[in-house]
Design a protein around this ligand. Structure first.
Ligand code: DX5
Ligand code: ZN
Length: 213
């Protein structure tokens, strides 16, 4: 299991120290939630902050775009060369084109689905993405409760990926902790995003370790 701490739950006044704590604590990816105040009712990081983060992080960046105008943000953040860039199925008019554009920058394209979206709608795109991000809370905020039906979606998605022989990982985001990580692993996920669980813990290393099962 790869672990991606979401810095949305970090203490922003000490962001550098917070990032270093999870890099040194064994995290695999740094999950960065970009919000525009339109697609979701919250605002987070712009290019200057991401530039700074990319300079101090010793692990690859995993950028999750929760925005209306996805193509604009893809162009804006592509020069930072994150490992993954995830775009929402719900906000892309021409999803395949956007994913191809992300790949053209040498970035692994990923697609995200909201809790209400049907994983079957990803069927024709699975062979063109390196990862699917399943939202297990409504996007916009940290520290929400895991929505139980997400597990069924993950299992269905895993079967779809196998049926289509797609080379694509499953990441889950929202309400992940040591309480549900075993179920999620059994369901077939490869990457666990966790914000409040990791940044709410004094000992970041052991919180991260508890998810690496
Ligand atoms: C929510 C974000 C998540 C969030 C997860 O919109 O996409 O990455 O930070 O936070 P937790 O792990 O606290 O649910
Ligand atoms: Zn996220």
């Amino acid at each position: 299991m790869l672990v991606a701490p979401s810095i949305l739950s970090a203490n922003f006044l000490y962001l550098k120290d917070e990032v270093i704590s999870v890099c040194e604590g064994g995290a695999d990816l740094l999950h960065i939630d970009v919000m525009d105040g339109h697609f979701v009712p919250n605002l987070t990081f712009g290019p200057a902050v991401l530039q700074g983060l990319s300079e101090i992080s010793t692990i690859p960046l995993d950028v999750h775009l929760m925005v209306e105008n996805t193509d604009f943000f893809v162009e804006l953040f592509a020069p930072l060369k994150p490992k993954y860039m995830s775009v929402h199925l719900e906000s892309c008019k021409h999803l395949h084109r956007t994913l191809e554009r992300i790949r053209s920058f040498g970035i692994s394209p990923a697609v995200v689905i909201n809790p209400h979206s049907n994983e079957e709608d990803l069927k024709y795109i699975l062979n063109d993405v390196d990862m699917v991000l399943v939202m297990s809370v409504n996007p916009g905020f940290g520290a929400q409760s895991f929505i139980p039906f997400s597990l069924e979606k993950i299992k269905n998605l895993k079967n779809l990926i196998l049926a289509r022989n797609a080379n694509c990982l499953i990441e889950v985001d929202g309400g992940v902790s040591d309480k549900n990580i075993s179920l999620l692993k059994d369901g077939g996920i490869d990457i666990a995003v966790a914000g409040s669980y990791i940044f709410g813990a004094k000992d970041r290393r052991s919180a991260i370790a508890s998810l690496k099962i």
